[in-house]
Design a binder for this molecule. Structure first.
Ligand code: PLP
Length: 403
């Protein structure tokens, strides 16, 4: 294993909070971000998953006879949990080989007149093929929900992701960029659908003082520990403990409760987010410059493929998602890097059918390309705290893996 880095790097580039962010202020997070991103009004909810749940509940009312939601077979387990909590059924779609997008042929096979929604996913900040999902959706009469949980700030043709489909959502969870510890934003280009999303939330999302109190304390902890000196305690130690116990699912935080809470976001957390959001455009630009500078170095490593955006799209760069030639090679690299504090990790551990704890809600299905992505990929943090020397050290380690 590499010698442990003196200070732990986070696996993704979150926007660090400042103490002054915690002072009271105007609760304008959603409206400020809408101006910043150039979107119609954004709807703030208590998590990205809550956004998806509200979206699904809304669409279900519009098309009550449709029960299936088509998702990429390699995505966040919370997506499966939201589908189930909405009282709907998952339909998995395998990926294109060696890519995060759903395979166009598999997608057409997965969709029919029972399909309520298709969820193209902007994984790792990369911009997904929403056009193909729309094409299929229009043919079978389904909706498209863009999962942009990992892609706040990403654009295609100069327009924010989340607006090409019928509904989109961003996550404000810890570790996903701008964070109020847990939060999410819903968007939709059609005003009538936006009004319906607001109505659904007004009906099903209660005020729950206990949850908001808990999230506020967690946000304080996040503000205190999301910095080079605090991350060992908050991230590194639990990571290494879980890996020692042979539990990678817990190590990357893939294990979630099967019921997600719904509650309104309080004014203080909104104000904290609004303060931090003023720094978001510069922060995202800094991350893009850093990623663009580092990508050529990765391309020079034999056998390594880095996920990139399609032409005309400008994603965000919370981390770099890499594919290695095979699982043995990826695992050898992780043996060196995962526990060393350099911000190297894995995205989701499994394809959805392979999480034991999801067995009751995910259909067993052969999804070879999703499994392949899970077995060959690793992530390199794009945190500004990662120095060029750190990055070079990671590249040399990857280079030393015989492909
Ligand atoms: C994190 C994530 C979600 C859920 O967002 P939360 O804010 O954590 O509830 C959904 N989809 C993807 C792809 C994610 O990464």
């Amino acid at each position: 294993m590499l010698p442990r880095r003196a200070q732990e790097l986070p696996p993704t580039a979150g926007l660090p909070l400042r103490w002054t962010d915690l002072l009271p202020g105007a609760a304008t997070l959603a409206s400020d971000l809408a101006v910043q991103l150039g979107t119609p009004p954004l709807q703030l909810e208590c998590s990205g998953t809550a956004c998806l749940l509200i979206a699904l509940a809304t669409l279900r009312e519009l098309q009550p006879q449709r029960r299936y939601v088509v998702v990429p077979a390699y995505t966040c387990p919370l997506v499966a949990i939201a589908v189930r909590q909405a009282g709907l059924e998952l339909q998995l779609c395998d990926l294109t080989a060696g890519h995060y997008d759903m395979d166009p042929v598999a997608l057409r096979a997965a969709c029919d007149e029972r399909t309520l929604a298709i969820i193209p996913t902007h994984l790792a900040g990369r911009v997904a093929d929403v056009g193909d999902a729309l094409d299929v959706a229009r043919k079978v009469g389904a909706y498209v929900i863009e999962d942009a949980a990992q892609a706040l700030g990403a654009r295609r043709g100069g327009v924010s992701v989340g607006l090409a489909g019928d509904i989109g959502f961003f996550s404000l969870a810890a570790g996903k960029g701008l964070s109020i510890y847990e939060g999410g934003l819903l968007l939709a280009h059609d005003p009538a659908l936006r009004a319906r999303l607001t109505e659904t939330a007004a009906r099903i999302v209660p005020r729950r003082y206990g949850w908001e109190c808990r999230r506020s304390i967690e946000l304080l902890g996040y503000a205190a520990l999301y910095r080079p000196r605090g991350l060992r305690q908050a991230y590194g130690k639990p990571l290494r403990r879980h890996l020692r116990q042979g539990d990678p699912v817990a190590a990357v935080g893939d294990e979630f409760a099967l019921t997600i809470p719904l509650h309104r976001v309080g004014r203080w957390r909104q104000a904290v987010g609004a303060h931090a959001a003023t720094r978001l455009p510069n922060f995202l630009e800094q991350l893009t410059r850093q990623a663009q500078r580092r990508l050529p170095r990765l391309h020079r490593i034999n056998g390594v493929k880095v996920m990139q955006d399609p032409t005309g799209a400008e994603g965000t760069w919370p981390f770099l998602l890499l594919l290695l030639p095979d699982q043995a090679c990826r695992d050898r690299a992780l043996e060196q890097l995962w526990q060393s504090g350099f911000g190297v990790s894995r995205l989701f551990i499994h394809a959805l059918p392979d999480y034991v704890y999801l067995a009751d809600i995910v259909p067993q299905q052969d999804v070879p390309h999703a499994r392949d992505l899970a077995s060959r990929s690793l992530s390199i943090s794009n945190s500004p705290w990662m120095t060029d020397d750190d990055f070079e050290m990671i590249c040399r380690t990857l280079q030393a893996m015989p492909g």
